[in-house]
Design a protein around this ligand. Structure first.
Ligand SMILES: Cc1cc2nc3c(=O)[nH]c(=O)nc-3n(C[C@H](O)[C@H](O)[C@H](O)COP(=O)(O)OP(=O)(O)OC[C@H]3O[C@@H](n4cnc5c(N)ncnc54)[C@H](O)[C@@H]3O)c2cc1C
Length: 486
């Protein structure tokens, strides 16, 4: 049987960035992903904020990687051709208790080396963001914060790793791992893989994947979050990422002016009362109530979608009467466990997006140390070009593209101006579901949420895959859209 140097389990943001980091070396690397595509887990349902680095405990790995990730994000996004908005963030207080939190975060930010942080008066905050409540008493401004579409960054890392020789295999859920003299033997339902080392990036299942070979040590106790997405008419309502620090206990409100221009509101923090990934009515009502307090003029009739997310909260566990119980406090830094060639990233939550590249680099270095090093590949190319984005092009550029490739002249998604050419290119690059096309092109993300374009996207997917449209899923197995033919 062929032996790989490294098998990565999971193709979320972290698996894709670790794969890209390893692709720079003369190594045989395979990524095994349980689902049909990359970035279908935690990496697609989050807030999309690039943190400046004042929120985390000074001196931790998390802080070091967050500050590095934030500083390097603009250059990384240029290299990978991913839209990024360094819009800055404003954390706001509406009272003395919250003001004290802002001062503590300011001090932590200075200690962490975050540049440009400023404490602001209420007047200065309102001058920057006139739509905020006049109850604001102070603000903390971080010019280095920003936002991007998290899946876009992960997909770019995937394409770049693949172009540099990493093998990605989908529909490969790792169900068994055994140590052997050559390293590890991994089993999925259909295949067996021999590898010298394993990187476990299985997101919400990372604890269970590690426990296929090791005794429990850290387990994930998930909690849930809810979000609201507003129509493009919300563009410009706020210009910075707004973090509202509540006066009493609770989560507060976050408002994100996305790279597409519309507004994202959330997340809440709640127990997993409903199915993973589902929204809860109480969570959505909480967001609306917070908006009424903090941005009273925001028109919530502009909400076009809501979605749920799951937080992979890590806790050390100890056995009590045959049951693994969590310690009272969660783990504040990133948990990277190394056990004889098995490296596990467990419970990487915020700011895992900000840290995706430095954490991928870090994991790759741990694996290289285990493997005894490897030569750098002189032909490694860190650059990747995104799918041509018709709606962002100048008139002349667009005309030239349509002339040379007429399917770029046929608009499929009217809300976001996405053409058939872009959809076909997304499918060529690996999209195999309606949501896979959506994440790669934006088709279906606008006001009508796919009402107009889904039929054409289904037909194009069916044609490319040579299957009936009724076999095409919206988002993974069991989410077929049609019962019949188009
Ligand atoms: C609510 C929320 C908001 C957040 N907001 C931010 C933010 O604003 N800024 C920021 O910096 N960070 C943020 N984060 C953190 C960031 O989203 C995560 O750290 C990051 O997405 C984690 O990526 P991952 O690759 O570990 O997990 P995932 O994306 O979940 O990937 C894991 C993959 O492993 C696969 N898998 C699982 N089991 C197996 C198996 N047995 N075999 C094969 N494959 C398997 C899964 O299918 C999945 O594709 C947020 C997180 C949450 C939950």
């Amino acid at each position: 049987m062929e032996t790989r140097d490294v098998v990565i389990v999971g193709a979320g943001l972290l698996g894709c960035f670790a794969a890209r980091a390893l692709a720079a070396y003369a190594l045989d690397v395979t990524v095994l992903e349980a689902r049909e595509d990359v970035c279908t887990g935690v990496s697609r349902a989050n807030t999309g904020v690039i943190y400046a680095g004042y929120d985390t405990q000074p001196g931790t790995l998390k802080t070091r990687l967050c500050v590095a990730g934030s500083r390097g994000m603009a250059a990384l996004c240029r290299e990978l051709d991913v839209p990024f908005s360094r819009c800055g963030s404003l954390m706001i207080a509406c009272g003395e208790k919250a003001e004290a939190v802002l001062r503590r975060k300011y001090a932590a930010g200075l200690e962490n080396g975050v540049e440009g942080l400023r404490l602001l008066t209420a007047g200065a905050v309102r001058a920057m963001e006139p739509n905020l409540t006049d109850r604001v008493t102070a603000g903390l401004y971080a010019p280095g914060a920003g936002t991007l579409d998290p899946w876009a960054l992960g997909i770019a890392a995937f394409e770049n790793a693949q172009a540099n020789g990493v093998e990605f295999r989908f529909g490969q859920a790792v169900g068994a791992i055994r140590r052997n003299p050559g390293g590890f033997l991994l089993e999925t339902d259909t295949e067996t893989y021999q590898t010298r080392a394993v990187l476990n990036c299985a997101g919400l299942a990372a604890d269970r994947v590690r426990e296929l070979v090791e005794a429990p040590l850290v387990r994930i106790f998930p909690s849930a979050a809810d979000y609201l997405v507003l129509d493009d008419l919300s563009r410009g309502f706020v210009r910075h990422v707004i973090f509202h620090e509540p006066e009493e206990k609770g989560k507060g409100l976050t408002l994100v002016p996305t790279v597409s221009g519309n507004l994202l509101v959330g997340p809440t923090e709640r127990d997993m009362a409903v199915a993973p990934g589902a929204t809860a009515a109480a969570g959505l009502a909480e967001l609306r109530a917070l908006c009424a307090q903090i941005v009273p003029d925001l028109d919530l009739d502009l909400v076009i979608r809501s979605f749920g997310a799951v937080r992979p909260n890590p806790y050390y566990v100890r056995e009590e009467g045959g049951v693994w119980q969590p310690e009272a406090r969660g783990i504040p830094s990133f948990t990277v466990l190394e056990e004889g060639g098995l490296v596990s990233l467990i419970g990487i939550k915020t700011p895992g997006l900000t840290c995706a590249k430095p954490l991928g680099d870090y994991a790759a270095q741990r694996l290289l140390a285990h493997l005894g090093g490897a030569a750098r590949r002189p032909d490694f190319d860190p650059r990747r070009r995104g799918i041509p984005n018709l709606s962002a092009m100048a008139e002349t550029e667009r005309a030239a593209l349509v002339l040379s490739q007429p399917d770029y002249g046929r608009i499929v998604c009217r809300c976001r101006g996405v053409s058939e050419g872009e959809v076909r290119e997304a499918i060529r690059r690996g999209a195999c579901t309606v949501d896979g096309v959506k994440r790669r092109t934006g088709a279906g993300m606008g006001r009508c949420q796919g009402g107009v374009c889904m039929e054409r996207v289904l037909a194009l997917l069916a044609e490319a895959r040579g299957v009936p449209a009724s076999a095409v899923c919206k988002d993974g197995a069991g989410s077929e859209v049609l019962h019949g033919t188009l």
